[in-house]
Ligand binder design. Structure first.
Ligand SMILES: [Zn+2]
Length: 491
């Protein structure tokens, strides 16, 4: 074979093979695999290692190890996203591109002597949407990033009229502390224009540093009990799981939504979050345009449920605006002019309770007529008529004078693993755990006596029940609950 003639002449060959097929081939390197499947990863950056292993098996009949698949994915992602450290040097240009594509947005890069400290994003369309009819509620939460570099993603989340999460703003910071929360909340307050006459509730499980920060930024704020206490009080009266789930899910919602972005480079992650939010706004808009009802879907479902419950009640008209409703839970008084019920649901949520619905039906009217304008589809549509504009690719981002002067944070020094989720116990829970612990130790005492009679050692069993009870008290069976809510009511 030579340069001019690439053909090969085979003079002799032994085509009879009697050895088994080899499924592992050391020539199949992660670099070769990366070049082979680069296009596939460009289309789907979240393609799993198991997917790659299966694809290689299908395409080439070869088995590759999980480590080789992981190395391949890392290499491809490096090619696709660029080096994670270089992404920090492009933050200034990315910030300018974001601001130019969505005019009025606040994008803030925080540097300390060129060292990266934080990156804040609040898109103008999201601010407008939030002001168009979302509830006056802000949930604050944070999560660790899993990429090569240290960092945490903090976010502010609202709740729309249909009780779904709504992202307001997010930041990437090196570490979550009083300084970074102050920076984030001050920017958020200025952006959302939450001044002294604004009524808003802020909730978070970051009780240690955040409570102090909110006190400083909103000095006239009224601080309410933490969310866990609210839930406990609620449970005493209603024994319901709904409030706990609702509040907890609201704050955690965004982080679950963007779960697959945590291990990416900073710009890749921010861009994926932006695209996800862009798609979400569009999807919600499409969904509600197709929807035929007058009330938001979840609100309609709740109302239908209340209508069912209302059938269990009897009523007595007084001749005046007040109606007496009798049934499950006793007797309730509904005021049809003041729009109140003694169960307080109507005045607190502006949603009719089952007692109110019984009274409305008794008056030959429809409950839909009494639903607050905030729950109407027309209001909901005003929130999701806003849209986030797309951004150009890196080559088209504007040049910035000191654009590259960002020194990346140190590479992952923090301890990896699951975040601690244990929470402080309520007094009655502690009592319960103690009782359980005592009963366990009593049992073990009896056991010890039995074993002692038999002349056996009890050393191994001594520690077990104690540890078990400590473990169950620390983790519990319930999902972790947020531990702090700060209500802000300023006049
Ligand atoms: Zn009621």
């Amino acid at each position: 074979m030579n340069k001019d003639n690439p053909s090969v002449k085979i003079k002799s060959a032994n085509l009879d093979h009697n050895y088994g097929k080899v499924f592992n081939n050391f020539h199949v390197t992660s670099k070769w695999l990366a070049s082979k499947y680069l296009d596939k990863y460009k289309v789907d950056p979240n393609w799993s290692c198991n997917g790659l292993i299966k694809q290689v098996k299908d395409d080439h009949g070869l088995t590759i190890s999980a480590v080789k698949a992981w190395r391949t994915k890392n290499l491809v992602m490096k090619w696709v996203n660029g080096d994670a450290s270089k992404q920090y040097t492009k933050l200034c240009r990315y910030a300018t591109e974001l601001k130019q594509s969505n005019l009025g947005s606040t994008v803030n890069l925080w540097r300390d002597k060129q060292h990266f400290k934080g990156f804040y994003v609040r898109m103008k369309p999201l601010k407008d949407a939030f002001g168009s009819g979302c509830r006056p509620f802000i949930g604050l939460d944070g999560c660790f990033l899993k990429g090569l570099y240290d960092g945490q993603l903090l976010s502010a989340v609202g709740i729309d009229l249909n009780s779904c999460i709504f992202s307001i703003a997010y930041v990437v910071v090196l570490v979550e502390n009083t300084e970074t929360w102050t920076w984030f909340i001050e920017l958020l307050r200025n952006d959302l224009e939450i001044w002294n006459n604004t009524y808003v509730t802020i909730m978070s499980d970051r009780q240690n540093c955040l409570k102090r920060v909110v006190q400083e930024i909103f000095p006239n704020a009224e601080h309410r009990n933490c969310i866990r206490h609210i839930y406990t009080n609620f449970r005493e009266k209603f024994r319901g799981k709904a409030l706990k789930d609702y509040l907890w899910n609201a704050v955690q919602g965004l982080h679950i939504y963007i779960l697959d972005t945590w291990d990416k480079g900073i710009i890749t992650m921010l861009e994926i979050i932006k695209i996800k939010l862009m798609r979400r706004m569009k999807k919600k808009n499409n969904q509600i345009l197709k929807y035929k009802g007058i009330l938001c879907p979840k609100i309609q479902n709740k109302l239908d449920q209340m209508k069912e419950e209302a059938q269990c009640y009897t009523l007595d008209f007084s001749g005046g605006p007040k109606v007496q409703i009798i049934g499950i839970g006793g007797s309730f008084v509904v005021d049809m002019i003041e729009h109140t019920c003694t169960c307080r649901r109507w005045e607190l949520t502006c949603m009719s309770c089952s007692h109110t619905i019984r009274a409305i039906h008794g008056n030959n009217q429809q409950p839909e007529e009494f639903v607050h304008v905030a729950y109407l589809v027309s209001t909901y549509l005003r929130v999701y008529e806003h849209y986030i504009n797309p951004t150009n690719s890196e080559e088209l981002w504007p040049e910035v004078n000191d654009g590259t002067r960002v020194i990346p944070p140190p590479m992952g020094r923090r301890k990896r693993g699951m975040k601690a989720t244990a929470r402080r116990k309520e007094p009655e829970e502690v009592e319960k755990a103690l009782k359980k612990s005592n009963s366990d130790s009593n049992t073990s005492d009896k056991g010890k006596q039995k074993l002692a009679r038999k002349g056996l050692s009890t050393r191994r069993n001594d520690a077990a029940p104690e540890n078990a009870s400590i473990g169950s008290a620390a983790t519990g069976n319930e999902p972790t609950q947020p531990s702090d809510v700060i209500g802000i009511q300023q006049s």
